[in-house]
Design a protein around this ligand. Sequence first.
Ligand SMILES: [Zn+2]
Length: 388
Amino acid sequence: MIQTWLYIVLTLTASEWGFFGHKLINRVAVYTLPTEMIGWYKPYIDYLSDHAVDPDKRRYATKHEAVRHFIDLDRWGDTNFDHIPRYWDQILALNMVAYSVNKNDTTYLLKAIPHEMWSDSVADYHNRIELVRNHYLRQYYADEAAIPCDSLQMIFPDLKCNGNTTVYLHDVFSEHGIVPYHLQVMQRRLTNAFKNNDLESLLRTSAELGHYVADACVPLHTTANYNGQLTNQVGIHGFWESRIPELFAIDEFDMVVGTATYIDNPVNYFWNLVLTSHKEVDKVLSLEKQLSETYPSDKQYCMEDRLNANVRTQCADYARAYNLAMDKMVEDRFRVAVKAVGDAWYTAWVDAGQPTPPPYRAINKRNAADEELDKAVQKGKELGREHE
Ligand SMILES: [Zn+2]
């Protein structure tokens, strides 16, 4: 029943390549909500689904967006990632660089700590965290984070500061992806939207939190080899997360994932999503590699009509063979994502004190900010790391 209904809606609305999965996940997640919430979310289901893709659109509008969608875990270790601090200020503290500029001379004062040495016994760790909290976070989006020279004296008591010295901070972590930290920010934002009873912010933040949660469930969002570019498998990103769901999700994925449950510890929960995704990276890559070497090469790519254009894409039978080789992995990660989106929404509502949401009112599906986003997408240049 759910599936037939989804099919009708999505064949009408899934006009953007690659956006299908996010729209579907947010839509199905509404059905995981407990009775107290579902009656309230359901009238807005089209909004939640449409706006599921706003964060991907925003990648065209600001260079700060891309890093929120992934984390290159393999940059920071091989198999064990326990040493990576789970909190934003902690990881930034270990990856903070500070340099002073005096006339034309640049002097490096603070260096990043190599990841093999990350632990809370790092000298000055707590001072570094203070530096991040007091001086860096509020300037995170500035092109250059300038701070008073003497604020570094808690780390370097002998540092000489004079009127011509400016100190700059820069973190060397964010560019390699921050999704598990951004999820914590979004979760707090949704809790606050519930507390403030702010309908527009509540819906927008629900839709966008759903996006980042779903990204965290995709193995290729957790590796530096995110599009197979290091193993001669370029295009595998879209193959896994767009092509396979588009072909098989509606007819073959089991969409019933149970009722959303409360998340006791969102930090661990979000990290767990990323870590379990990462466990599948080797399989995602090696199974496609094997298949591409054994499957008839002239039957791997087909031309297909899409959005009034004839595009080259993986053939349906080839996609089926890859999906079969992965033994329901895509479906499993989809189901994990749906449940996790429901869990995150439900948890925000509980943490806000289970408020009665604002009464139903029709809200503008698209406002001026949405138009701006669409314009940026039409210009067609992604800023920061490209998606596929
Ligand atoms: Zn994304």
